[in-house]
Design a protein around this ligand. Structure first.
Ligand SMILES: [Zn+2]
Length: 332
């Protein structure tokens, strides 16, 4: 059972926004550490569904998404062309085949899966499936799918640069706004680390279910609040990312939430990477992700220490206990 962390900011009454449970308990102070402002935000931990959640969503939310620095809106990796081409060729044969290609994060896995390791996990996925990415940022993930041969790609993001609206040169349809404003229906709707950024995740899941074609799937990736991560890092856990992440759920809480939105969980797993553990250690040492916009701080670890974090991540994923995970959902 997850228990509240040590850093507390006084007792308050609150209601869990996911399960509705009323509490009288301790608030936990979280600090903004991506940009290193160290501004403080109150969170609380529901003792019924064990979801860590922000007490009050900030009014001026856009101020916490500096478009030039925020990772969803970042530029490409600058990888050598031959390497990208090799990854794409290997990755194409893996699309939609979870049995043959279980999620792994070793160096070989990363090369085999190309930039999009999750594509094997949606069983039966095919390249002319109609795919919508919710919270697509500048669309780097959709561009990677286009390079893998996907032909029917769309993305929606409320913070999409206005200049990017419309159809891109790769044929990707970009919408600036919310999922609820979209009329289309899709074979696959993806939410890669976007659900934790919305105030009403159940409403978003319902909106996605309503936009599925018959037999369609929703693929969600979110941070996962695990017992061990809360005990080890508490308020320094990098995936809290205050105040941008509103809800940090354990697997069971997410599956219940999906159920309440009329969705069944078909399969799930964890896909933690070493950076999440290393970044949490860095936050514990008071080192933010960025010094200033566009200037990421190097992690204070040697190459062999970073490799050790990668090994820890692989071990956690093999046990299904990573601090981020994925879920394949279908309409109930
Ligand atoms: Zn709750």
């Amino acid at each position: 059972m997850i228990e509240a962390g040590e850093a507390t900011a006084g007792r308050s009454h609150f209601s869990c926004q996911l399960c509705g449970q009323h509490h009288h308990g301790d608030m936990i102070t979280m600090r903004e550490m991506m940009f290193g402002t160290r501004e403080e935000f109150d969170y609380f931990l529901c003792d019924n569904c064990c979801t860590l959640q922000i007490a009050q969503v900030p009014d001026n939310l856009a101020a916490y998404y500096a478009a030039d620095a925020y990772y969803s809106f970042g530029e490409g990796t600058g990888e050598a062309r031959w390497k990208s081409a090799l990854k794409r060729i290997c990755a194409r044969g893996m699309i939609g085949r979870p049995e043959k290609y279980p999620m792994g994060n070793g160096p070989i896995d990363r090369i085999r899966r190309g930039a999009e390791p999750w594509i094997a996990q949606v069983e039966g996925l095919w390249r002319d499936a109609a795919v919508l990415d919710v919270g697509c940022g500048k669309g780097a993930r959709l561009e990677a799918l286009a390079r893998l041969g996907f032909t029917d790609l769309s993305g929606v993001d409320p913070f999409l640069p206005a200049t990017q609206e419309g159809t891109s040169v790769q044929g990707i349809h970009f919408f600036r706004g919310e999922l609820t404003e979209i009329d289309g229906h899709y074979d696959l709707i993806t939410m890669h680390h976007s659900l934790e950024h919305v105030a009403e995740p159940r409403r978003l899941l319902v909106a996605a279910r309503e936009r599925l074609k018959p037999g369609g799937r929703i693929f969600v990736r979110i941070p996962l609040l695990q017992d061990w991560v809360w005990r080890k890092y508490g308020a320094n856990w990098a995936q809290i990312d205050a105040p941008r992440h509103f809800y940090l759920m354990p697997q069971a809480a997410f599956i219940d939430l999906a159920k309440s939105a009329g969705l069944d969980c078909i399969s799930s797993g964890t896909d933690t990477l070493g950076w999440s553990l290393a970044r949490s250690e860095a936050y514990a040492r008071d080192i933010p992700m960025y010094n200033s916009p566009g200037q990421p701080n190097a992690l204070p670890f040697t190459m062999s220490e970073l490799a050790e974090y990668d090994r820890q991540a692989q071990t956690l994923n093999a046990a299904g206990e990573g601090d981020q995970g994925y879920f394949v959902l279908s309409a109930a």
